[in-house]
Design a protein around this ligand. Sequence first.
Ligand SMILES: Cc1cc2nc3c(=O)[nH]c(=O)nc-3n(C[C@H](O)[C@H](O)[C@H](O)COP(=O)(O)OP(=O)(O)OC[C@H]3O[C@@H](n4cnc5c(N)ncnc54)[C@H](O)[C@@H]3O)c2cc1C
Length: 487
Amino acid sequence: MAQPALVWFRDDLRVADNPALRAALDSGRPVLCFFIFDDSSPEIRPLGGAARWWLHGSLANLADNLDKRGNRLHLFSGAAEELVPRIVSETDAAALFWNRRYGPEREIDARLKKRLRTEGLEVRSFPGRLVYEPGTVLNQGGGYYKVFTPFNRAAVAQDPPETPLPAPRELPRASFPKALDALSVTLEELALEPRGPDWAGGMRETWEKDGAGRGEDAAHKRLKAFIADHLSGYAKNRDRPDLDATSRLSPHLRFGEITPRQAVHAALAAKTDGAPAGDYDSFRAEIGWRDFSYQLLFSRGGLHTRNMNDQFDAMPWREDDSALRAWQEGRTGFPVVDAGMRQLWHQGYMHNRVRMIVASFLTKHLLIDWKAGESWFWDTLVDADPANNPAGWQWVAGSGADAQPYYRIFNPMTQGEKFDPQGDYVRQWVPEIADLPNRVIHRPWEAKREALEAAGVVLGETYPKPIVIHEDGRKRALAAFETIKRR
Ligand SMILES: Cc1cc2nc3c(=O)[nH]c(=O)nc-3n(C[C@H](O)[C@H](O)[C@H](O)COP(=O)(O)OP(=O)(O)OC[C@H]3O[C@@H](n4cnc5c(N)ncnc54)[C@H](O)[C@@H]3O)c2cc1C
C-alpha cells in the first residue's frame, strides 16, 4: 500500500477551495483526512459554547462531503503536538498538508513542521483563510498598515484574488491503521452540542430553518441567496438591523466552510452581471475588515488579552458585576442594547451595527473593560472569531490600532432611531414594550403616563428603568478618557 498523504483540517472545514486538500490529491497518494479537537494546548483559546455547537454541524457536513468522495474524516481529541506525530508514524505517512492559521496556534504548527521535516516527512502549509495573507498587503515602508482605509485601498488595488479551486470529485482513501482506533473519537464523543440543558434551540431555529444549516453546503446556499437577494442595496441597507440585508456568512467564514475569495468572486461575478459597483465595493470592504483583523492578530498577537494602545492600560475601568449582568441579559433599560443582547443569546448572532452599539454602551456608558464584553461574545457568538472579535471590541473601546477617529460614544437612542426607524428590531426582541409608539420606542422613559399605560408598560416592573442616565454615563466615560489621554 502506498504511503498516504495526510490532510490536517483545522479552521478550513470544506472540500472546495481547499489548497491543502488539493495538494494531497495532486500528490497521487491515498489521502487520510483528520481533525483534532484541541482544547488543551496553551496556545489554543478554548471555543465558547455557541461556537462549539456550530463546530459540531460543520464537522458533520465535512464528514458527509468527504464520504461522498469516497473518503473519511477521522476525529481526535487532545493536544495536537502529541497527536500529530503519532498519526504520522502510525499511518506511515509520506506527507502532511494543512492550511495556515494566524494566531498563537501557529507556534504549534511551526514546531511540528520543523520536527516532522527533520524526521523526513514532507510538510507543507498553504494560504486558505483570507483574501490576502498577512504580509502580502504592506505599506510603502514594507510594514503592516495600522489603519484600515489605506490597507483596504492597497488590498483592493491587488484584486481580484485567484480563482477558487473546485471541490475534488473523488479522494482516494488511505487505510486507517488499527493502532489509531483507540485514539480516534466519534463526533458524539466530542460532546460539542449542549445536553442537559439543551440551550441551542434558538440557534437551531435560526440557522437550520428552511433547509439551511451549518457546514459547507449551507454556506454556499447562503452565499447564493445573498448575492441574488441582497447584494444590490447592501451598501445602503447593511446598517439596518431591522432588515435582513447582510450575508450572515460570518460563522461559515469563521469555520472555513467557505472562503472569502469564493465570496468575493461570487460578488464580482454579480457585479459583472449588473449589480451596482457601490454595493460590491461595500461588501468587498467588509471582507477586507476581516483580512485587516487577521493582519492585526498576526502582527501583534495577544489581541484578546491586551490593549493595542497601551495608554488604555491605565483606563479606570469599573468593576460592576450587576451592571455587567444586566448588559449580558438584556436588562439595561436601553431598548436597542437589550434587543441586541437578547438576539445574541437566542441566535448566537448579532447585527454588526448593534454589536457596535452594545460594545460602546458597555465600555463607555458602563465603563466596564472591553475584555469582559469580548469574552461574553466569545462564549455566545456562533461566529466568535479570534481576530474579528477582539479587533471589533478594541476598535469600539478606542484601544485598537485603528480606533474610531475620536473618542466616540454611541448614543443608543439616536442610533436606534436612525437604524431601526420603525422600532421593528426592538419590538421583535423586547416584546414587553412592543406596544409603545415609535416616538418613544427607543427611549421609553420619555413616554407619557397614558402611553405607558396603553402599552401595558410599567417601568421598573415590566421593563427596567435605564441602569445609567445617558448623560451621566457619557460624562463619566469622557472624564475617564481624559485621565489616560494626558499620560
Ligand atoms: C464588538 C464587535 C465584535 C465582533 N465580533 C465578531 C466575531 O466574533 N466574528 C465575526 O466574524 N465578526 C465579528 N464582528 C464583525 C461583524 O459584526 C460581523 O462579521 C458581521 O456582523 C457578521 O454578519 P454578516 O456575515 O451578515 O456580515 P456581512 O455584512 O454580510 O459581511 C460579510 C463578512 O465580512 C466580514 N465582516 C463584516 N464586518 C466586519 C468587521 N467589522 N470586522 C471584520 N470582519 C467583518 C465577516 O466575515 C462577514 O461575514 C464584530 C464586530 C464588533 C463591532
